[in-house]
Design a binder for this molecule. Structure first.
Ligand code: ADP
Length: 503
């Protein structure tokens, strides 16, 4: 690997200026420092160097932000403007994201480490698309007219209907793997439905969220309707999850922290939606089109360096094609160009943080100790950055830690199966997770049979990592509660009110 900086794109002057300025938090329409005056370092994961400082929010900042969001919800103007105007503002956020697409892509590549080519092609346009898709729902939050089942009194007449109303103040806590996109997934529907928000962005990657906050102000989001905090999980995230004046909490992150969110939410029984971990099975049948299945299965795990909750991290390959598929993916891995995110030729950047580097290399060590062998990769890659080689583990058993636990890195386990039978289904479903899955076959009957039996929120057939604003995404089992995106996300951000009128 050659982590040279020679070919890196030159940062736009506006990006340089944004990074260099003192970063504050958006509370009640004002840019303010943390009450404690404390900041934390923001690192470039490709070099281990500090590139910025962000404010370290804690309980007093959360209290202030929740108060601002409460006031914006109770007194308006956000909750008083017309649905059409609300929709226009949410749409405008998407427009401004595209107006600033290169800046946002550069920030994302620098802060998260992901290849700028991916940030340009995926993170930024998908975030814009999400806001614009959700903008349309602002004017379509209709209830229903309902006929009562009994007349109550003979001859009485009734007019009954439902209304869809915003939930109120929404706390939103997001991770670092797709910083801008995860912010969009949460803010888009919350705002389209007329809620107000206190969001905490991830401590590893605060920059694009702060830039987005500026764009939301420019789009016309009124003061207090969106408040953006930077800070750590326990200090800033936990007070949001536990706050008695927050009506709903939406969280994306690890299953372990998801459980803490649920505990914290019990005080005022706030609504909870969770998008948590995964250990997704990716199944290659022997009739698959190998020209698609091999690069597809490689991308399923190596996209975003495996730092995807939906990553296809457990590969099940029919024994007839096992050697071909494993060797094909290993070849693919050998040809992946590792480098800093800002190099346009980079196909895989560093992991996001030192912690993540230690976690992934720890799993590689554990796997080897348990008897797994790396068909390719298996080591940390050179330089000071947090690079790990794309890795295919073979000789793995289903009960090894590398097969059971979410590694969140570019590491896939490859195992064989003989028949598309109950045993395969059992193995595919045998984790506490149920987020996503993949099936590669040219037999449509087998594809749909598998799609119905896999216990996961998404099944990708002859493709992987297809995300769309209109497609619901979320988990079965311990992968989460509720769905993001699509029409289904509106359930997370609206309450249904029944109105019965005696005429
Ligand atoms: P990861 O392990 O992928 O970093 P985490 O679940 O630890 O994921 O973090 C995801 C988000 O949750 C981050 O914004 C983080 O700050 C936040 N977080 C971590 N711990 C807590 C907590 N106890 N309460 C609320 N938020 C938390």
């Amino acid at each position: 690997m050659c982590a040279t900086t020679a070919e890196e794109v030159e940062l736009e002057s506006s990006v340089r200026a944004f990074i260099d300025k003192p970063h504050q938090m958006l509370i009640g329409g004002q840019w303010v420092p943390a009450e404690s005056g404390q900041t934390f370092d923001v690192f470039n994961p490709a070099t281990d160097e500090v590139i910025a400082h962000a404010q370290s929010a804690a309980q007093p900042d959360v209290d202030k932000a929740v108060k601002a969001a409460r006031q914006a919800f109770d007194d308006g103007p956000w909750t008083r403007i017309s649905p059409a105007e609300r929709g226009r503002i949410v749409w405008k956020i998407g427009e401004l994201i595209m107006d600033h697409q290169e800046e946002l892509a550069q920030l994302e590549a620098l802060d998260n480490g992901k290849p700028i080519s991916i940030a340009r092609a995926a993170d930024v346009p998908l975030a814009a698309e999400l806001f614009q898709y959700m903008a349309g729902w602002a004017t379509k939050l209709n209830g229903e007219q309902i006929g009562l089942t009994v007349p109550y009194a003979p001859g009485s007449e009734w007019h009954a209907y439902t209304r869809r109303e915003p939930v109120g103040v929404c706390g939103q806590i997001i991770p670092w793997n797709f910083p801008l996109l995860m912010a969009a997934w949460k803010l888009g529907p919350a705002l389209a439905c007329g809620n107000t928000v206190v969001m905490k962005v991830a401590e590893e990657t605060p920059l694009s969220g702060l830039k987005l906050a500026e764009l939301m102000q420019e789009a016309g989001v009124p003061d207090g309707a969106v408040n953006i905090l930077t800070g750590f999980g326990e200090e800033a995230g936990a007070p949001i999850a536990g706050h008695p004046d927050v009506d709903k909490i939406a969280f994306t992150g690890s299953t372990e922290v998801g459980r803490m969110i649920v505990d914290a939410a019990r005080g005022n029984l706030k609504k909870v939606s969770l998008e948590l971990g995964g250990k997704s099975p990716n199944i290659v049948l022997d009739d698959a089109d190998m020209d698609k299945a091999i690069p597809g299965a490689a991308n399923a795990i190596f996209f975003n360096h495996g730092q995807c909750c939906a990553a296809g991290s457990r590969l099940f390959v029919h024994e007839n094609v096992y050697d071909q598929v494993v060797e094909g993916i290993a070849d693919y891995a050998r040809n992946i160009k590792l480098g800093p995110g800002l190099d346009p030729a980079t196909q895989m950047g560093p992991l996001v943080s030192r912690t993540q580097l230690e976690r992934v290399t720890g799993y590689l060590e554990a796997g080897k100790k348990e008897g797994a062998r790396a068909a390719v990769g298996g080591e940390r890659a050179g330089g000071n950055g947090y690079f790990v080689e794309p890795t295919v583990l073979v000789d793995v058993a289903d009960d090894m830690s590398v097969s059971q636990e979410e590694i969140f890195g570019p590491v896939v386990t490859a195992t064989k199966f003989r028949d598309m039978d109950d045993e395969l289904i059992r193995r595919a479903n045998e984790t506490p997770y149920g987020l996503a899955s993949g099936v590669w076959t040219q037999d449509i009957s087998k594809a749909h049979k598998l799609a119905s039996r896999i216990r996961a929120g998404t099944v990708w057939v002859n493709c992987y990592n297809i995300f769309d604003a209109a497609l619901p995404f979320g988990g079965y089992k311990q992968s989460g509660w509720g769905r993001e995106m699509g029409e289904q996300v509106l359930d997370n951000y609206t309450e249904t009110k029944a109105v019965a009128v005696s005429l």
